[in-house]
Design a protein around this ligand. Structure first.
Ligand code: EPU
Length: 415
C-alpha cells in the first residue's frame, strides 16, 4: 500500500485478548446537538472534548457552508460563531449524509422562523420518519410538512410526543429555547445527550426543568447568549470496547467514562459472566470464564441501547448457549447479520427477534453496512486468529474516534 493513499478498509489479525487502558472520547450523539445549538446562540460557543469523527466533521462543514465560523482551538476544542448564518446556505449534499442534520429543522425554526425541506441521511435502518418532529413543530405554531415556517410566529405550548424520540426531543429543546414563555414536553427521551443539550441551553440563558425525566419544561427566551460546554463521554464507544473485551476474554480499564448511563449494558455483561468493577470515572472489565448466552431487549434509555445490539451479537456468537436479542427501537437493524454469517455466525432473524446459536467464527472479507453493524464485524474480527478485512472503514470512523490507534493500544493488530 502506498503511504498516504486512501484506505477504505481495516485489516485485523485477531485472537489476542484485549488488555490495558483506553480513554473514552466525547460522545458523537452528544456533540452533534451541541454543535447545531450554536445556531440559536446569541454569541460564540466553545465545545470541549469534541471527538474527531466523520459525523462531527460533516456537522462543522454544514455550519460553515451556512456562514458560521468554525475554529478548532485545540485537538478536541471547537469554537463556533454562528452570528452571520443563513439557512439558504444549507448544503443538501451534506445533510443527506448525516441523520443529525434534522437538528437544523429545530435550530433554524427557532432562529429564523423557517427551515427549508431537508434530505437527512445516516445509517439505513429502513424507514426513519420525522412525523414526531413535525407534530411538535405544529404544536409550537409552525406549518409545513417538509419545509417548516412560522408565518404567524411561534408560541410556547404543551405537547406530548406520540413515541419516544431522541431527535424529536432535541429539536423541541432547540426550538422552544428561543420562544418567549414556558413550553412543556411529555414522553421525552431521557438519554444523557438530551440532558447535556438542556444544560447547555441553560448556559445560554434558557431554563429547563425536569432533566433526566420524560417531562421537560422549557423557559425560553429569544435573547440567548454564547457559552461553553464539555461533551459527555460516549456510552456507545465505551460499550463497544467493553463488548470487545468480553468477546476476546480480555482485561481492560476504560478511563474518562461515566458508568451510570451504562447501567443496563454493565448488567448484561455481568449476566454474560464478566467481572465489572466501577469507580466514578473508570470501568474495569475482566473475563475469566466462558461467556454465557443471554436474552436482551433494546429500548430507549434507561434500557439496553439499540446502538450496542450489533456488537453484542458479535460477542454472543462465542457464548455457551443460545442468545436472543429483541430489537424494539429500529424496524430494520439486522442488515449486518448477513456479513457476520460470512464469518461463520449462525444467526436467525424473525421479525424483530434475532437468535444467535454459538458457532466458531473464521476470517473473511466483509463489508460494514452501517456504523454499529461495522462495530459488530470489528468485535467478531478481534476474536478470530487470522486476517479479517472489513471494507467501509469510513462508516466506522463516522462514530469511533482514533479506532485503530485505540485498539492497538490494547494489544490488537489493526491496520
Ligand atoms: N421515530 C418515528 N418518528 C419520528 C422519530 C422517530 O417513528 O418522528 C422512530 C424511529 O423510526 C425509531 C425510533 O422512533 O424507530 C427512535 O428514533 P429516534 O428519533 O429516537 O432516533 P434518532 O434521533 O434518529 C438517535 C441516534 C441513533 C440511535 C437512536 C436511538 C443520533 C444522531 N442518532 O437517532 O444513533 O440509534 O437515537 O437511540 O443521535 C448511532 O449512533 O449509530 C445511531 C444510529
Amino acid at each position: 500500500m502506498k503511504r498516504g493513499s486512501f484506505v477504505s478498509e481495516y485489516k485485523i489479525w485477531g485472537g489476542t485478548p484485549l488488555r490495558g487502558h483506553v480513554a473514552v472520547s466525547g460522545a458523537k450523539n452528544g456533540a452533534l446537538p451541541l454543535l447545531f445549538a450554536s445556531l440559536i446562540a446569541g454569541g460564540a460557543c466553545t465545545f470541549y472534548r469534541v471527538p474527531h469523527i466523520g459525523d462531527v466533521h460533516l456537522a462543522c462543514a454544514l455550519l460553515e457552508r451556512m456562514g458560521a465560523e468554525v475554529v478548532w482551538l485545540d485537538r478536541d476544542v471547537v469554537r463556533v460563531n454562528a452570528a452571520s448564518t443563513d439557512p439558504a446556505g444549507i448544503d443538501g449534499s451534506l445533510t443527506s449524509r448525516l441523520r443529525a442534520s434534522s437538528y437544523l429543522l429545530g435550530a433554524c425554526l427557532g432562529r429564523f422562523g423557517f427551515c427549508p425541506s431537508l434530505e437527512t441521511g445516516g445509517c439505513d435502518f429502513g424507514c426513519r420518519p420525522l412525523d414526531c418532529h413535525y407534530a411538535m413543530f405544529r404544536a409550537l405554531g409552525a406549518v409545513g410538512e417538509r419545509e417548516v415556517s412560522a408565518p404567524n410566529g411561534l408560541h410556547a405550548a404543551h405537547h406530548t410526543f406520540s413515541r419516544v424520540s431522541v431527535g424529536a426531543t432535541i429539536n423541541a429543546l432547540l426550538t422552544a429555547a428561543r420562544i418567549d414563555g414556558i413550553s412543556v414536553f411529555e414522553n421525552c427521551a431521557v438519554e444523557t445527550h438530551v440532558s447535556d443539550l438542556a444544560r447547555f441551553l441553560t448556559v445560554l440563558g434558557a431554563r429547563i426543568d425536569g432533566l433526566g425525566t420524560p417531562r421537560l419544561k422549557v423557559h425560553g427566551t429569544p435573547r440567548l447568549g454564547g457559552g461553553s460546554y464539555i461533551v459527555s463521554p460516549d456510552d456507545i464507544e465505551a460499550g463497544t470496547y467493553l463488548l470487545a473485551t468480553a468477546a476476546t476474554g480480555g482485561d481492560v480499564i476504560l478511563t474518562e467514562v461515566s458508568p451510570r448511563p451504562l447501567a443496563a449494558t454493565l448488567q448484561v455483561l455481568e449476566q454474560m459472566g464478566c467481572d465489572v468493577v466501577q469507580t466514578e470515572t473508570t470501568i474495569r472489565l475482566v473475563r475469566h470464564a466462558p461467556l454465557q448466552g443471554v436474552s436482551v431487549t433494546t429500548a430507549p434509555s434507561p434500557g439496553f441501547p439499540t446502538d450496542l445490539h450489533p456488537p453484542l451479537t458479535a460477542a454472543l456468537c462465542l457464548a455457551d448457549g443460545r442468545s436472543t436479542i429483541f430489537e424494539r427501537v429500529w424496524e430494520n437493524r439486522f442488515r449486518y447479520t448477513e456479513e457476520l454469517r460470512r464469518m461463520g455466525a449462525t444467526l436467525a432473524v424473525s421479525g424483530d427477534t434475532l437468535t444467535i446459536t454459538p458457532t466458531p467464527l473464521h476470517p473473511a472479507a466483509v463489508t460494514a453496512t452501517d456504523l454499529r453493524g461495522g462495530a459488530a464485524l470489528l468485535v467478531a474480527a478481534l476474536t478470530i486468529s487470522g486476517c479479517t478485512t472489513i471494507t467501509g472503514r469510513e462508516l466506522l470512523e463516522r462514530g469511533y474516534e482514533f479506532l485503530p490507534k485505540k485498539l492497538r493500544g490494547l494489544g490488537a493488530v489493526v491496520i
